[in-house]
Design a protein around this ligand. Sequence first.
Ligand code: PMP
Length: 451
Amino acid sequence: KKVSNVSDLTSRDRNSIWHHISPYNVKNPPMVVEEGKGSWITDAQGNRYLDGMSGLWCVNVGYGREELALAAYEQIKKLAYAPMTMSHEPAIELAEKVNEMLDDDYMIFYSNSGSDANEVAFKMARQYHRQNGEVDRHKFISRYRAYHGSSMGALSATGQSMRKYKYEPLIQGFLHVSPPDNYRKPDSITEEDYNLQRAEELENTIIWEQKETIAAVIMEPVITGGGVLIPHPIYVEKVQEICHRHGVLLIIDEVICGFGRTGKKFGHQHFGIKPDIVTMAKGLTSAYLPLSITAVRKDIYETFKNGDDTSHFRHVNTFGGNPAACALALKNIEIMEHENLYERSAESGDKLLQGLDDLKNHPFVGNLRGIGMIVGIELVEDKTTKEPASKERLAKIISDCKDNGLIIGKNGDTVAGYNNILTLSPPLSSSEEDVEFMIAVLQKVFSENQS
Ligand code: PMP
Protein backbone atom coordinates (compact mmCIF):
# COMPACT_ATOMS: atom_id res chain seq x y z
CA LYS A 1 0.00 0.00 0.00
CA LYS A 2 1.27 3.43 -0.76
CA VAL A 3 0.97 6.45 1.45
CA SER A 4 -0.74 9.28 -0.32
CA ASN A 5 -2.56 12.47 0.42
CA VAL A 6 -5.92 10.72 0.59
CA SER A 7 -7.32 12.66 3.49
CA ASP A 8 -6.35 15.86 1.73
CA LEU A 9 -8.08 14.72 -1.47
CA THR A 10 -11.13 13.67 0.53
CA SER A 11 -11.41 16.98 2.31
CA ARG A 12 -10.89 18.94 -0.92
CA ASP A 13 -13.54 16.78 -2.54
CA ARG A 14 -15.93 17.49 0.28
CA ASN A 15 -15.36 21.22 0.01
CA SER A 16 -15.89 21.42 -3.71
CA ILE A 17 -17.86 18.57 -5.29
CA TRP A 18 -21.58 17.99 -4.91
CA HIS A 19 -21.90 14.25 -5.44
CA HIS A 20 -25.12 12.79 -6.72
CA ILE A 21 -27.09 12.17 -3.58
CA SER A 22 -26.06 14.15 -0.55
CA PRO A 23 -23.11 15.51 1.29
CA TYR A 24 -21.37 12.42 2.56
CA ASN A 25 -21.14 11.79 6.24
CA VAL A 26 -17.82 11.61 8.04
CA LYS A 27 -17.98 7.83 8.29
CA ASN A 28 -18.55 7.31 4.62
CA PRO A 29 -16.67 9.72 2.38
CA PRO A 30 -16.63 8.98 -1.36
CA MET A 31 -13.90 6.64 -2.44
CA VAL A 32 -11.22 8.51 -4.38
CA VAL A 33 -10.28 6.22 -7.25
CA GLU A 34 -7.07 6.47 -9.17
CA GLU A 35 -6.62 3.61 -11.58
CA GLY A 36 -8.44 0.80 -13.30
CA LYS A 37 -7.22 -2.29 -15.09
CA GLY A 38 -9.46 -5.10 -16.30
CA SER A 39 -12.21 -5.55 -13.73
CA TRP A 40 -10.20 -3.95 -10.93
CA ILE A 41 -9.97 -0.41 -9.64
CA THR A 42 -7.46 1.05 -7.20
CA ASP A 43 -8.19 3.81 -4.74
CA ALA A 44 -5.87 6.60 -3.67
CA GLN A 45 -4.65 4.52 -0.73
CA GLY A 46 -3.64 1.70 -3.03
CA ASN A 47 -6.52 -0.64 -2.09
CA ARG A 48 -7.74 -2.77 -4.97
CA TYR A 49 -11.37 -3.68 -5.56
CA LEU A 50 -13.08 -5.82 -8.13
CA ASP A 51 -15.67 -3.47 -9.60
CA GLY A 52 -18.68 -5.76 -9.53
CA MET A 53 -20.87 -2.99 -10.96
CA SER A 54 -18.68 -1.96 -13.95
CA GLY A 55 -18.99 1.59 -12.66
CA LEU A 56 -22.69 2.14 -13.29
CA TRP A 57 -23.25 -0.97 -15.43
CA CYS A 58 -21.17 0.56 -18.16
CA VAL A 59 -17.47 -0.37 -18.35
CA ASN A 60 -18.28 -3.45 -20.43
CA VAL A 61 -14.78 -4.15 -21.77
CA GLY A 62 -13.08 -3.38 -18.46
CA TYR A 63 -10.68 -0.60 -17.49
CA GLY A 64 -7.32 0.44 -18.87
CA ARG A 65 -7.74 -0.50 -22.53
CA GLU A 66 -4.93 1.24 -24.31
CA GLU A 67 -6.50 0.66 -27.74
CA LEU A 68 -9.46 2.79 -26.67
CA ALA A 69 -7.22 5.59 -25.46
CA LEU A 70 -5.30 5.47 -28.74
CA ALA A 71 -8.43 5.48 -30.88
CA ALA A 72 -9.60 8.67 -29.15
CA TYR A 73 -6.12 10.22 -29.23
CA GLU A 74 -5.60 9.61 -32.95
CA GLN A 75 -9.03 10.99 -33.77
CA ILE A 76 -8.58 14.11 -31.64
CA LYS A 77 -5.28 14.81 -33.37
CA LYS A 78 -6.91 14.43 -36.78
CA LEU A 79 -10.27 16.10 -36.17
CA ALA A 80 -11.48 16.85 -32.67
CA TYR A 81 -14.92 18.16 -33.45
CA ALA A 82 -17.62 18.48 -36.04
CA PRO A 83 -21.10 19.93 -35.46
CA MET A 84 -24.24 17.92 -36.20
CA THR A 85 -24.65 19.87 -39.43
CA MET A 86 -21.52 18.16 -40.76
CA SER A 87 -20.51 14.53 -41.01
CA HIS A 88 -17.34 12.54 -40.49
CA GLU A 89 -16.12 9.02 -41.07
CA PRO A 90 -16.19 7.70 -37.47
CA ALA A 91 -19.84 8.75 -37.12
CA ILE A 92 -20.77 7.15 -40.45
CA GLU A 93 -18.90 3.93 -39.76
CA LEU A 94 -20.35 3.64 -36.27
CA ALA A 95 -23.89 4.22 -37.53
CA GLU A 96 -23.41 1.45 -40.12
CA LYS A 97 -21.92 -0.86 -37.51
CA VAL A 98 -24.69 -0.36 -34.95
CA ASN A 99 -27.31 -0.80 -37.67
CA GLU A 100 -25.69 -4.10 -38.64
CA MET A 101 -25.95 -5.25 -35.00
CA LEU A 102 -29.70 -4.57 -34.93
CA ASP A 103 -32.24 -6.85 -36.63
CA ASP A 104 -33.99 -4.19 -38.69
CA ASP A 105 -33.06 -1.12 -40.67
CA TYR A 106 -32.52 1.97 -38.52
CA MET A 107 -31.25 5.54 -38.76
CA ILE A 108 -28.87 6.66 -36.04
CA PHE A 109 -29.23 9.91 -34.07
CA TYR A 110 -26.32 10.81 -31.79
CA SER A 111 -26.30 12.46 -28.37
CA ASN A 112 -24.28 12.21 -25.16
CA SER A 113 -26.13 10.32 -22.45
CA GLY A 114 -28.84 7.78 -21.89
CA SER A 115 -31.19 10.51 -20.71
CA ASP A 116 -30.51 12.48 -23.91
CA ALA A 117 -31.18 9.44 -26.05
CA ASN A 118 -34.56 8.91 -24.39
CA GLU A 119 -35.52 12.60 -24.70
CA VAL A 120 -34.77 12.36 -28.42
CA ALA A 121 -36.95 9.25 -28.65
CA PHE A 122 -39.87 11.04 -26.96
CA LYS A 123 -39.64 14.04 -29.25
CA MET A 124 -39.36 11.85 -32.35
CA ALA A 125 -42.36 9.78 -31.29
CA ARG A 126 -44.59 12.82 -30.74
CA GLN A 127 -43.54 14.49 -33.97
CA TYR A 128 -43.94 11.26 -35.94
CA HIS A 129 -47.57 10.90 -34.92
CA ARG A 130 -48.29 14.59 -35.52
CA GLN A 131 -46.99 14.54 -39.03
CA ASN A 132 -49.05 11.41 -39.66
CA GLY A 133 -52.13 13.43 -38.72
CA GLU A 134 -52.54 11.73 -35.33
CA VAL A 135 -52.09 14.96 -33.42
CA ASP A 136 -53.47 13.68 -30.11
CA ARG A 137 -50.92 10.93 -29.66
CA HIS A 138 -48.72 12.54 -27.03
CA LYS A 139 -48.71 10.24 -23.98
CA PHE A 140 -46.02 7.78 -22.96
CA ILE A 141 -46.39 4.63 -20.92
CA SER A 142 -43.52 3.12 -18.96
CA ARG A 143 -43.30 0.78 -15.99
CA TYR A 144 -43.10 1.37 -12.27
CA ARG A 145 -39.62 0.57 -10.94
CA ALA A 146 -37.92 1.39 -14.25
CA TYR A 147 -35.23 4.07 -14.56
CA HIS A 148 -34.97 6.02 -17.80
CA GLY A 149 -32.81 9.00 -16.84
CA SER A 150 -32.60 12.21 -14.89
CA SER A 151 -33.71 14.99 -17.24
CA MET A 152 -37.34 16.06 -16.93
CA GLY A 153 -38.79 13.85 -19.69
CA ALA A 154 -36.68 10.82 -18.85
CA LEU A 155 -37.44 11.34 -15.15
CA SER A 156 -41.15 11.58 -15.93
CA ALA A 157 -40.87 8.18 -17.62
CA THR A 158 -38.94 6.80 -14.67
CA GLY A 159 -41.09 4.70 -12.35
CA GLN A 160 -39.17 5.09 -9.10
CA SER A 161 -40.95 7.51 -6.81
CA MET A 162 -37.88 8.20 -4.70
CA ARG A 163 -36.23 9.97 -7.62
CA LYS A 164 -39.26 12.02 -8.56
CA TYR A 165 -41.40 13.39 -5.78
CA LYS A 166 -39.12 16.31 -4.86
CA TYR A 167 -39.10 17.59 -8.43
CA GLU A 168 -42.78 17.53 -9.23
CA PRO A 169 -44.68 18.62 -11.18
CA LEU A 170 -43.01 16.56 -13.85
CA ILE A 171 -44.10 16.48 -17.47
CA GLN A 172 -47.73 15.66 -18.08
CA GLY A 173 -48.76 12.64 -20.07
CA PHE A 174 -46.37 10.05 -18.64
CA LEU A 175 -48.26 7.02 -17.34
CA HIS A 176 -47.04 3.91 -15.56
CA VAL A 177 -48.04 0.26 -15.35
CA SER A 178 -46.67 -2.58 -13.22
CA PRO A 179 -43.83 -4.67 -14.61
CA PRO A 180 -43.81 -8.43 -14.16
CA ASP A 181 -42.00 -9.30 -10.92
CA ASN A 182 -41.89 -13.07 -11.18
CA TYR A 183 -40.57 -13.60 -7.66
CA ARG A 184 -43.61 -11.84 -6.24
CA LYS A 185 -46.29 -13.27 -8.53
CA PRO A 186 -49.27 -14.90 -6.81
CA ASP A 187 -48.67 -18.62 -6.23
CA SER A 188 -52.01 -19.47 -7.77
CA ILE A 189 -51.09 -18.65 -11.37
CA THR A 190 -48.37 -19.75 -13.74
CA GLU A 191 -45.55 -17.41 -14.66
CA GLU A 192 -46.87 -17.28 -18.20
CA ASP A 193 -50.38 -16.28 -17.17
CA TYR A 194 -49.01 -13.76 -14.70
CA ASN A 195 -46.88 -12.16 -17.43
CA LEU A 196 -49.87 -12.06 -19.76
CA GLN A 197 -51.84 -10.31 -17.02
CA ARG A 198 -49.14 -7.64 -16.77
CA ALA A 199 -49.32 -7.14 -20.55
CA GLU A 200 -53.10 -6.93 -20.25
CA GLU A 201 -52.69 -4.15 -17.68
CA LEU A 202 -50.71 -2.25 -20.31
CA GLU A 203 -53.40 -2.81 -22.91
CA ASN A 204 -56.13 -1.72 -20.49
CA THR A 205 -54.21 1.47 -19.79
CA ILE A 206 -53.92 2.17 -23.51
CA ILE A 207 -57.62 1.59 -23.99
CA TRP A 208 -58.85 3.49 -20.93
CA GLU A 209 -56.57 6.42 -21.62
CA GLN A 210 -57.93 6.39 -25.17
CA LYS A 211 -55.55 4.76 -27.55
CA GLU A 212 -55.55 7.75 -29.93
CA THR A 213 -53.71 9.70 -27.23
CA ILE A 214 -50.83 7.26 -26.71
CA ALA A 215 -47.58 8.01 -28.53
CA ALA A 216 -45.30 5.25 -27.29
CA VAL A 217 -44.43 2.66 -24.70
CA ILE A 218 -40.88 2.79 -23.36
CA MET A 219 -39.27 -0.11 -21.54
CA GLU A 220 -36.01 -1.87 -20.87
CA PRO A 221 -35.87 -5.49 -22.04
CA VAL A 222 -34.95 -6.37 -18.46
CA ILE A 223 -35.53 -3.82 -15.69
CA THR A 224 -32.00 -3.34 -14.38
CA GLY A 225 -31.68 -0.44 -11.95
CA GLY A 226 -35.18 -1.13 -10.62
CA GLY A 227 -34.09 -4.49 -9.26
CA VAL A 228 -33.27 -6.97 -12.06
CA LEU A 229 -36.77 -7.92 -13.19
CA ILE A 230 -36.51 -10.45 -16.00
CA PRO A 231 -39.78 -10.94 -17.84
CA HIS A 232 -41.12 -14.17 -19.30
CA PRO A 233 -40.57 -13.89 -23.09
CA ILE A 234 -44.31 -14.03 -23.67
CA TYR A 235 -44.65 -10.66 -21.92
CA VAL A 236 -42.29 -8.85 -24.29
CA GLU A 237 -43.83 -10.46 -27.37
CA LYS A 238 -47.29 -9.52 -26.16
CA VAL A 239 -46.27 -5.92 -25.45
CA GLN A 240 -45.01 -5.58 -29.02
CA GLU A 241 -48.22 -7.07 -30.38
CA ILE A 242 -50.36 -4.71 -28.27
CA CYS A 243 -48.34 -1.68 -29.39
CA HIS A 244 -48.68 -2.65 -33.04
CA ARG A 245 -52.41 -3.25 -32.73
CA HIS A 246 -53.02 0.17 -31.19
CA GLY A 247 -50.67 2.21 -33.37
CA VAL A 248 -48.38 2.89 -30.41
CA LEU A 249 -44.59 3.05 -30.96
CA LEU A 250 -42.37 0.72 -28.93
CA ILE A 251 -39.19 2.34 -27.59
CA ILE A 252 -36.69 -0.09 -26.11
CA ASP A 253 -34.21 1.40 -23.66
CA GLU A 254 -30.96 -0.55 -24.12
CA VAL A 255 -28.87 1.92 -22.13
CA ILE A 256 -27.80 -0.82 -19.73
CA CYS A 257 -28.91 -3.99 -21.53
CA GLY A 258 -27.18 -3.12 -24.82
CA PHE A 259 -23.70 -4.13 -25.92
CA GLY A 260 -23.55 -7.56 -24.39
CA ARG A 261 -24.71 -6.90 -20.85
CA THR A 262 -27.44 -9.57 -21.05
CA GLY A 263 -25.39 -12.05 -23.09
CA LYS A 264 -26.60 -10.89 -26.50
CA LYS A 265 -25.70 -7.79 -28.48
CA PHE A 266 -28.98 -6.21 -27.40
CA GLY A 267 -31.32 -7.30 -24.63
CA HIS A 268 -34.42 -7.25 -26.85
CA GLN A 269 -32.80 -9.89 -29.08
CA HIS A 270 -33.65 -12.46 -26.40
CA PHE A 271 -37.29 -11.92 -27.30
CA GLY A 272 -37.24 -11.68 -31.08
CA ILE A 273 -38.94 -8.28 -31.18
CA LYS A 274 -38.24 -5.41 -33.57
CA PRO A 275 -38.58 -2.16 -31.66
CA ASP A 276 -39.54 1.07 -33.43
CA ILE A 277 -36.89 3.00 -31.54
CA VAL A 278 -33.86 1.73 -29.61
CA THR A 279 -31.89 3.93 -27.21
CA MET A 280 -28.32 3.11 -26.15
CA ALA A 281 -25.44 4.68 -24.21
CA LYS A 282 -23.14 3.30 -21.46
CA GLY A 283 -21.71 0.10 -23.06
CA LEU A 284 -21.57 1.80 -26.49
CA THR A 285 -18.23 3.32 -25.45
CA SER A 286 -17.80 1.23 -22.28
CA ALA A 287 -18.21 4.71 -20.73
CA TYR A 288 -14.69 5.78 -21.72
CA LEU A 289 -16.26 8.82 -23.38
CA PRO A 290 -19.85 10.11 -23.40
CA LEU A 291 -21.91 9.05 -26.41
CA SER A 292 -25.44 7.82 -26.93
CA ILE A 293 -27.65 6.76 -29.79
CA THR A 294 -31.33 6.88 -30.61
CA ALA A 295 -31.86 4.35 -33.41
CA VAL A 296 -35.14 4.88 -35.23
CA ARG A 297 -36.66 2.51 -37.74
CA LYS A 298 -36.07 3.71 -41.25
CA ASP A 299 -39.71 3.83 -42.27
CA ILE A 300 -40.40 6.16 -39.34
CA TYR A 301 -37.47 8.31 -40.36
CA GLU A 302 -38.85 8.47 -43.92
CA THR A 303 -41.92 10.33 -42.67
CA PHE A 304 -39.61 13.16 -41.52
CA LYS A 305 -38.32 13.64 -45.03
CA ASN A 306 -41.00 15.57 -46.85
CA GLY A 307 -38.69 18.54 -47.03
CA ASP A 308 -40.72 21.38 -45.56
CA ASP A 309 -40.14 23.07 -42.25
CA THR A 310 -42.87 21.11 -40.45
CA SER A 311 -40.96 17.86 -40.93
CA HIS A 312 -37.66 19.11 -39.53
CA PHE A 313 -36.67 17.32 -36.37
CA ARG A 314 -35.77 20.26 -34.17
CA HIS A 315 -33.14 18.93 -31.86
CA VAL A 316 -29.58 20.18 -31.80
CA ASN A 317 -26.90 18.73 -29.59
CA THR A 318 -23.46 20.37 -29.55
CA PHE A 319 -21.48 17.34 -28.43
CA GLY A 320 -23.60 14.63 -30.06
CA GLY A 321 -21.59 12.26 -32.27
CA ASN A 322 -18.24 13.65 -31.14
CA PRO A 323 -15.58 12.21 -33.50
CA ALA A 324 -13.33 10.88 -30.73
CA ALA A 325 -16.28 9.25 -28.96
CA CYS A 326 -17.41 7.64 -32.24
CA ALA A 327 -13.90 6.38 -33.05
CA LEU A 328 -13.61 4.99 -29.54
CA ALA A 329 -17.04 3.33 -29.76
CA LEU A 330 -15.99 1.58 -32.98
CA LYS A 331 -12.85 0.26 -31.30
CA ASN A 332 -14.91 -0.77 -28.27
CA ILE A 333 -17.28 -2.82 -30.45
CA GLU A 334 -14.29 -4.32 -32.25
CA ILE A 335 -12.89 -5.46 -28.88
CA MET A 336 -16.24 -7.01 -27.95
CA GLU A 337 -16.33 -8.94 -31.21
CA HIS A 338 -12.69 -9.92 -31.11
CA GLU A 339 -12.92 -11.23 -27.55
CA ASN A 340 -16.37 -12.79 -28.02
CA LEU A 341 -17.69 -10.71 -25.15
CA TYR A 342 -21.35 -11.28 -26.00
CA GLU A 343 -20.93 -15.03 -25.59
CA ARG A 344 -18.56 -14.62 -22.66
CA SER A 345 -21.08 -12.43 -20.89
CA ALA A 346 -23.65 -15.24 -21.14
CA GLU A 347 -21.16 -17.89 -20.01
CA SER A 348 -19.62 -15.96 -17.14
CA GLY A 349 -23.09 -14.87 -16.01
CA ASP A 350 -24.17 -18.53 -15.89
CA LYS A 351 -21.07 -19.39 -13.89
CA LEU A 352 -21.78 -16.61 -11.44
CA LEU A 353 -25.36 -17.77 -10.96
CA GLN A 354 -24.29 -21.39 -10.53
CA GLY A 355 -21.54 -20.44 -8.12
CA LEU A 356 -23.98 -18.43 -6.04
CA ASP A 357 -26.76 -21.01 -6.19
CA ASP A 358 -26.50 -22.20 -2.59
CA LEU A 359 -27.08 -18.65 -1.37
CA LYS A 360 -30.71 -19.54 -2.01
CA ASN A 361 -30.56 -21.50 1.25
CA HIS A 362 -29.44 -18.45 3.17
CA PRO A 363 -32.14 -17.21 5.58
CA PHE A 364 -32.35 -13.74 4.00
CA VAL A 365 -31.97 -14.54 0.32
CA GLY A 366 -35.48 -14.58 -1.08
CA ASN A 367 -34.49 -14.87 -4.71
CA LEU A 368 -31.44 -15.13 -6.92
CA ARG A 369 -31.82 -14.28 -10.58
CA GLY A 370 -29.82 -13.15 -13.54
CA ILE A 371 -29.29 -12.88 -17.25
CA GLY A 372 -25.85 -12.45 -18.82
CA MET A 373 -23.65 -10.30 -16.61
CA ILE A 374 -26.56 -9.03 -14.52
CA VAL A 375 -27.23 -10.74 -11.22
CA GLY A 376 -29.87 -9.75 -8.67
CA ILE A 377 -29.98 -11.06 -5.11
CA GLU A 378 -33.26 -10.11 -3.49
CA LEU A 379 -33.01 -9.96 0.29
CA VAL A 380 -36.03 -10.48 2.52
CA GLU A 381 -36.68 -10.52 6.25
CA ASP A 382 -38.92 -13.55 5.95
CA LYS A 383 -38.99 -16.00 3.08
CA THR A 384 -42.70 -16.75 3.50
CA THR A 385 -44.04 -13.21 3.64
CA LYS A 386 -41.25 -11.92 1.34
CA GLU A 387 -41.05 -8.77 3.42
CA PRO A 388 -38.18 -6.74 1.93
CA ALA A 389 -34.99 -6.83 3.99
CA SER A 390 -34.03 -3.80 6.03
CA LYS A 391 -31.79 -1.06 4.77
CA GLU A 392 -29.25 -1.99 7.44
CA ARG A 393 -29.07 -5.59 6.30
CA LEU A 394 -28.25 -4.57 2.74
CA ALA A 395 -25.77 -1.94 3.89
CA LYS A 396 -23.92 -4.52 6.01
CA ILE A 397 -23.53 -6.95 3.11
CA ILE A 398 -22.38 -4.20 0.76
CA SER A 399 -19.88 -2.90 3.28
CA ASP A 400 -18.57 -6.38 4.12
CA CYS A 401 -18.12 -7.10 0.40
CA LYS A 402 -16.16 -3.87 0.07
CA ASP A 403 -13.98 -4.81 3.03
CA ASN A 404 -13.24 -8.03 1.14
CA GLY A 405 -12.36 -6.18 -2.07
CA LEU A 406 -15.64 -6.44 -3.98
CA ILE A 407 -17.93 -3.60 -4.97
CA ILE A 408 -21.56 -4.54 -5.46
CA GLY A 409 -24.70 -2.44 -5.98
CA LYS A 410 -28.12 -1.98 -4.45
CA ASN A 411 -31.25 -1.27 -6.40
CA GLY A 412 -34.91 -0.59 -6.02
CA ASP A 413 -37.07 2.19 -4.61
CA THR A 414 -36.86 3.49 -1.05
CA VAL A 415 -40.28 5.13 -1.13
CA ALA A 416 -42.14 2.03 -2.26
CA GLY A 417 -40.15 -0.14 0.16
CA TYR A 418 -38.51 -2.39 -2.40
CA ASN A 419 -34.95 -1.21 -2.11
CA ASN A 420 -33.81 -4.68 -1.26
CA ILE A 421 -32.06 -6.04 -4.32
CA LEU A 422 -28.29 -6.44 -4.36
CA THR A 423 -26.83 -6.28 -7.84
CA LEU A 424 -23.72 -7.61 -9.44
CA SER A 425 -22.88 -6.52 -12.96
CA PRO A 426 -19.13 -6.79 -13.55
CA PRO A 427 -17.27 -6.07 -16.79
CA LEU A 428 -18.08 -8.62 -19.52
CA SER A 429 -14.35 -9.14 -19.92
CA SER A 430 -13.99 -10.46 -16.35
CA SER A 431 -11.64 -13.45 -16.23
CA GLU A 432 -12.47 -16.84 -14.75
CA GLU A 433 -10.46 -15.88 -11.67
CA ASP A 434 -12.48 -12.68 -11.35
CA VAL A 435 -15.70 -14.69 -11.46
CA GLU A 436 -14.35 -17.09 -8.85
CA PHE A 437 -13.27 -14.18 -6.69
CA MET A 438 -16.77 -12.64 -6.76
CA ILE A 439 -18.35 -15.96 -5.84
CA ALA A 440 -15.87 -16.56 -3.02
CA VAL A 441 -16.38 -13.11 -1.51
CA LEU A 442 -20.16 -13.30 -1.65
CA GLN A 443 -20.16 -16.83 -0.18
CA LYS A 444 -17.93 -15.68 2.66
CA VAL A 445 -19.87 -12.50 3.40
CA PHE A 446 -23.25 -14.23 3.36
CA SER A 447 -21.98 -17.05 5.57
CA GLU A 448 -20.78 -14.45 8.08
CA ASN A 449 -24.15 -12.69 8.05
CA GLN A 450 -26.55 -15.41 9.08
CA SER A 451 -28.59 -13.36 11.52
N1 PMP B 1 -31.86 4.38 -19.12
C1 PMP B 1 -31.41 3.44 -18.29
C2 PMP B 1 -32.02 2.08 -18.36
C3 PMP B 1 -30.39 3.71 -17.38
O1 PMP B 1 -29.97 2.77 -16.54
C4 PMP B 1 -29.82 5.00 -17.37
C5 PMP B 1 -28.66 5.35 -16.44
N2 PMP B 1 -28.44 4.58 -15.36
C6 PMP B 1 -30.33 5.97 -18.24
C7 PMP B 1 -31.33 5.62 -19.11
C8 PMP B 1 -29.79 7.35 -18.23
O2 PMP B 1 -28.51 7.38 -18.69
P1 PMP B 1 -27.55 8.63 -18.36
O3 PMP B 1 -27.19 8.55 -16.91
O4 PMP B 1 -26.38 8.42 -19.27
O5 PMP B 1 -28.32 9.86 -18.68
